[in-house]
Write a protein that binds this ligand. Structure first.
Ligand SMILES: [Zn+2]
Length: 324
């Protein structure tokens, strides 16, 4: 009997679900609104309804090994959500019991960025790689660590908060309470912060096309618009790019000297600008890492884009319940 897994990806706005086989082949991809504004209980009801829809499309639960859920925040060993401040009322939610009660299926949950790393390891740029780290550069920076082919979540499900590693002492304040976290510089939000800062520092007489854009239409600043100017060679946009890349290089230096991974993968919306970022980041990483270690580490762009969440959530099911 071919076994399948249900993968659920919980986002702030949308809830996604899929049924996958062990090789990552998916079917019945379904989306619905998360409904976060109505609180945690409502979100859990929506998850159950999504699982119900997937089972209905599949026509049976007999072949389904379990449910994997990628969520913001952390998931304890018992399946209780912690953190996840961006989803009001979600903290403290029990993920496993309601699914078991309603469908008789086992559930495993983990942080969404962590889960995406497992997807890249099984089905994407990290296929067959023993030790790797994924950095997802979006609104913030999420991380996932694979050690000896397995997802490393730590005893409390809180490992791989790589976006909050400090790369500049006394740097830009972060909403986690620390100062100088890498996500304040190298995420999409970080790019906009740097762009505003550098534009303000540019006196009117020295304005470039980019600083004029940043001063006149700050609401239009995004990684995408900033990198449009980087590609045109605008010196102030390039300064944003260099700072963001240097900070990410420092983070990668710390990761490499700690874990000596075979591969670091950069993913998330920011990576739509692609090679220009990996080239600069590799340059700075080499200055922040012990050369012998850096020589052995590859730097690549993620391959799975927005489906990484559901695929990784499904992959967790095979890893957790596959041999039982
Ligand atoms: Zn932080």
């Amino acid at each position: 009997m071919v076994q399948s897994a249900i993968g659920i990806d919980l986002g702030g706005t949308n809830l996604k679900g899929i049924i996958i086989d062990r090789d990552g082949k998916g079917r019945h991809l379904t989306r619905m609104p998360t409904g976060a504004e109505k609180g945690g209980t409502h979100v859990m009801e929506n998850i159950l309804s999504l699982i119900d829809t997937l089972i209905e499309k599949e026509g049976t639960t007999d072949t389904i090994l379990g449910v994997g859920i990628g969520t913001p925040g952390f998931v304890s060993e018992k399946g209780i959500v912690d953190g996840a401040e961006n989803l009001p009322g979600w903290k403290g939610t029990h993920l496993y019991e309601p699914v078991k009660e309603k469908f008789g299926l086992n559930t495993i949950g983990a942080n969404d960025a962590t889960v995406a790393a497992l997807a890249e390891a099984r089905f994407g740029a990290g296929r067959g790689v023993r030790n790797m780290v994924l950095l997802t550069l979006g609104t913030g920076i999420g991380g996932g660590i694979i050690v000896d082919h397995k997802l490393f979540t730590g005893t409390f499900g809180m490992a791989a908060e790589l976006g909050h590693i400090i790369v500049e002492t006394g740097g830009i304040p972060c909403n986690c309470g620390l100062d100088g976290c890498v996500e304040r510089y190298s995420s999409a939000t970080g790019h906009v912060t740097l762009a505003k800062k550098y534009a303000e520092e540019t006196p009117a007489g020295s304005d470039t096309p980019f600083t004029l854009f940043a001063k006149n239409s700050p609401e239009k600043l995004s990684s995408k618009t900033i990198y449009d100017y980087v590609e045109q060679g605008d010196p102030v946009a390039l300064r944003v790019h260099e700072t963001a890349s240097e900070m990410l290089g420092r983070l990668i230096g710390i990761i490499c000297n700690t874990l000596s991974p075979d591969l670091i993968i950069l993913g998330g919306g920011v990576m739509k600008s692609g090679k220009i970022i990996t080239d600069a980041v590799a340059r700075y990483a080499s200055q922040n890492c012990w050369p012998m270690i850096w020589e052995k580490c590859r730097l690549e762009i993620a391959r799975l884009s927005e489906d990484a969440g559901v695929l990784g959530a499904g992959a967790m099911v095979f890893d957790t319940f596959g041999n039982k």
